[in-house]
Ligand binder design. Structure first.
Ligand SMILES: NC(=O)c1ccc[n+]([C@@H]2O[C@H](COP(=O)([O-])OP(=O)(O)OC[C@H]3O[C@@H](n4cnc5c(N)ncnc54)[C@H](O)[C@@H]3O)[C@@H](O)[C@H]2O)c1
Ligand SMILES: O=C(O)C1=N[C@H](C(=O)O)CCC1
Length: 268
């Protein structure tokens, strides 16, 4: 069976890497492409390939008029939730790469996917080594109660925390034991400098830095008396690391009803 894929964000940094990769898979075909700025143009030519006959649509609604199986979204944080809900309503499975969503949004997406009997796979980071960072950090949280997260990205990133840090902090918050740090509500000075609590229960403090020169890095820091463990992921400047994980999610999403969060759920 050929999986027919609609790529939202086809001309973006990640979309430009995914369009040729989808075309190169024997079991997938591009069925639609969305990019507001390049509507009407051939999606292959736009990403430096030969013409592929798939014209870029100006909106997702337009792209979904043609039959397809899976929406892949790498657009913008303010668009992704509406895109996911629209595709679900139209009976498509969804792979979410775009950052900006948290547990409450994902709860709504899960409910909609279950109601429409489709699958959604969302990962804050589809790279293998970022997924390993999450897995190792979750292992460490079983043994070390005190953990905080530092999220590093470029100055122009529109959302904070990053999808990587948000998924990590929310997952850590679900398993962590009680922190020994003084509660932020009891801190004097400028308590906001202690970061924001992300996730359920007491949450995990996340500190987001936005500075020129960073691409995307994320650290989970674990502290015990007189010792410390840092688990850190650094992304490079190409979108290549996200391609294989996204292709895996496209292949597996039809097996799921409702939402699965994190590439780690697919890795075993
Ligand atoms: N989960 C992951 O592994 C992962 C990896 C890389 C990036 N991301 C996230 O994915 C998102 C996209 O990243 P990027 O660097 O490719 O972004 P980008 O800015 O390079 O590309 C965004 C794309 O969205 C399109 N777009 C903008 N407005 C639109 C609209 N109104 N309708 C339809 N399309 C529209 C643009 O035309 C472009 O094709 C970000 O949130 C980023 O943080 C996630
Ligand atoms: O460049 C970005 O923006 C990235 N965003 C993802 C995030 O928000 O975690 C991860 C990869 C790069």
């Amino acid at each position: 069976m050929t999986i027919r894929v609609v790529m939202a964000g086809a001309t973006g940094w990640v979309g430009k890497a995914l369009v040729p990769a989808i075309g190169a898979q024997g079991d997938m075909a591009l069925a639609g492409a969305v990019s507001r700025s390049s509507a009407g143009q051939d999606s292959g030519l736009l990403v430096g390939m030969p013409a592929n006959g798939i014209t870029v649509s100006a909106s997702l609604a337009e792209a979904l008029e043609v039959p397809s199986d899976v929406l892949v979204d790498y657009t913008k944080p303010h668009l992704v939730k509406d895109h996911a809900l629209l595709a679900i309503e139209k009976g498509r499975h969804v792979v979410i790469g775009t950052s900006g969503l948290g547990a409450t949004d994902f709860g709504e997406i899960d409910a909609a996917a279950r109601a429409n009997r489709v699958g959604v796979i969302a990962a804050g980071n589809f790279s293998i080594t970022a997924t390993l960072m999450k897995r190792f950090a979750l292992m460490a949280a079983k043994y070390v109660p005190d953990v905080e997260v530092i999220d590093y990205a470029g100055a122009k990133k529109p959302d904070a925390p990053s999808g990587t840090a948000r998924e990590l902090a929310e997952a850590l918050a679900d398993v962590r034991k009680a922190s020994t740090a003084r509660p932020v509500s009891e801190v004097s000075g400028v308590p906001g400098t202690r970061g924001a609590a992300v996730g359920s229960g007491e949450g995990v403090q996340v500190h987001a830095l936005r500075l020129p020169s960073y691409i995307l890095s994320c650290e989970a820091l674990f502290g015990l008396p007189d010792e410390r463990l840092t688990i850190r992921h650094d992304a490079g400047s190409s979108a290549a690391p996200y391609v294989a994980g996204t292709l895996l999610a496209i292949r597996r999403v039809h097996e799921i009803t409702g939402l699965v969060r994190g590439l780690d759920a697919l890795m075993d």
